[in-house]
Ligand binder design. Structure first.
Ligand code: CA
Length: 453
């Protein structure tokens, strides 16, 4: 599921909508004076106009939001019957509007929570069950995957890996009514603009006849079907691959998988190119080159990188890659290509994209990485990472917002510190690095985690 974007434009959008409401409410239509009253028995039901009336939901905030949103949907030209069918049966969900959720979702507050090491994140995607099921799907649906590869130019194991990651191959697609869950998200407030925009998109889906109102089942955050499309993604990329007239990403494997392939292809996926290649680095290698910058393959060869698997780099024509150290200098090292960035369109997390790449290859019998994960390096707690970020910021290395999440900016700041101190500049947050940055605990020289150049 795509991550939520912070919406900044809703004030402007509201102003535009307010203008639309005014222009659409340009006074009553005149009644022709010659028209005689029609006898009651032949009376046609008057076309409904004005606000739609709803039964109370039991939640005042929800009722207030609904009255406002309903009017805006009509003003934007959404079909009246569709608007009514979306908003009539709204129910507050504890998940979104209960007091426990409000407390739990105020941010990362659990000081004991560990930042999950990437090898923990990979446990399920690379587990026996997932890999066995993925391989089985590739065999059983070989004909379908042939057709999808031919139509969209997306390698089958990638589509299968996304299918596995998102819903365990269709086993877990959620059981919420999509309009209701999006309405709850809007009322909850922090993702209001996103939720409203997705509701509008979903109304268009039904207006267009792509899916029926009663089929709109979603996960708890509004993502739908076997490959978990948000409504706006569905609207833009869902396809009817089995030709029955509906884009049924819920129960048609052909529709769901082809839709995912269409999305990946539209995001720039290049068939036959790697997402990443595990590499070996020479002694004395400058890990500061793992800085998020893409460099030509020749540059990487010149720096001494070679494929872990031996031989020459096989890139299918891709020439630019960045060096990525998912677990620092002691762990596996990857050159990442454009297809990795395409995976991140689905979910903008490096660990997610790595799981797609690795699990897809595992479905084909190629299990990576070859290098071991540095499991001996104790993970930092969220509180530790906040201390590290604050320490880096106070030393003039810009780690950004102190949020307890060791993202690329924190890694980059840590690399800057490591370079200045003459340390292995891998940007990997460890207890030793925390001690070095904050000036507490073990000495730096004795605690670089054993990374030897
Ligand atoms: Ca279909």
């Amino acid at each position: 599921m795509a991550r939520f974007a912070i919406e900044r434009s809703h004030v402007l959008a509201s102003a535009i909508l307010a203008g639309l409401v005014v222009s659409c409410a340009a006074g009553p239509q005149p009644v022709p004076p010659s028209q005689k009253p029609v006898p009651p028995v032949a009376e046609q039901p008057a076309p409904e106009t004005g606000p739609i009336a709803y039964n109370p939901s039991g939640n005042k905030a929800m009722d207030d939001w609904r009255a406002d949103f309903s009017a805006r949907a009509l003003a934007e030209g959404r079909d009246r019957a569709v608007v009514k069918s979306f908003l009539s049966g709204l129910e507050p969900l504890d998940l979104w509007l209960g007091s426990e959720f409000q407390v739990a979702s105020t941010g990362i507050s659990d000081q004991a929570e560990f930042a999950k090491p990437v090898w923990d994140y990979l446990r399920v995607p690379m587990g026996d069950s997932r890999v066995t099921n993925g391989a089985e799907r590739l065999t059983r649906l070989a004909g379908l995957f042939d057709q999808i590869e031919a139509a969209y130019g997306v390698d089958r194991q990638v589509v299968a890996a996304i299918w596995g990651m998102e819903t365990s191959f269709g086993a877990v697609i959620g059981n919420f009514d999509a309009p209701n869950v999006l309405a709850n998200m809007a009322v909850e407030g922090r993702r209001k603009s996103l939720a409203e925009s997705e509701l509008m998109s979903l109304m268009k889906v039904v207006e267009r006849g792509d899916a029926k109102r009663e089929h709109l089942i979603a996960g708890w955050a509004g993502a739908m079907g076997q490959t978990q499309f948000m409504p706006s993604t569905y609207l833009a990329y869902a396809v009817d691959f089995d030709g029955d007239g509906e884009k049924d990403v819920w129960s048609s494997e052909a529709d769901a998988l082809a839709s995912a392939a269409n999305y990946l292809a539209s995001s720039g996926y290049a068939k036959g190119q790697p997402w990443g290649i595990e590499v070996l680095v020479p002694p004395g290698f400058d890990y500061g080159l793992a800085d998020g910058k893409e460099r030509r393959l020749d540059t990487w060869r010149g720096a001494g990188l070679s494929p872990m698997a031996g031989g020459e780099f096989a890139t299918g024509g891709a020439d630019y890659a960045e060096l990525w150290l998912p677990a620092g200098a002691e762990g596996p090292k990857y050159l990442l290509f454009n297809n990795f960035k395409v995976f991140k369109k689905y979910n903008n997390a490096d660990s997610y994209a790595l799981a797609i790449g690795l699990s897809g290859e595992a479905f084909l019998g190629k299990v990576g990485p070859v290098a071991a994960w540095p499991r001996h390096l104790a993970p930092l707690t969220v509180a530790d990472i906040k201390l590290l970020q604050a320490g880096l910021n106070s030393k003039g290395y810009d780690a950004g917002v102190v949020d307890g999440i060791a993202g690329r900016r924190t890694k980059s700041a840590l690399q800057g510190f490591q370079k200045a101190e003459g340390l292995v500049a891998d940007g990997y947050p460890t207890k030793a690095m925390l001690a070095a940055v904050t000036g507490q605990g073990a000495g730096v020289a004795a605690s670089t985690g054993g990374a030897v150049n």
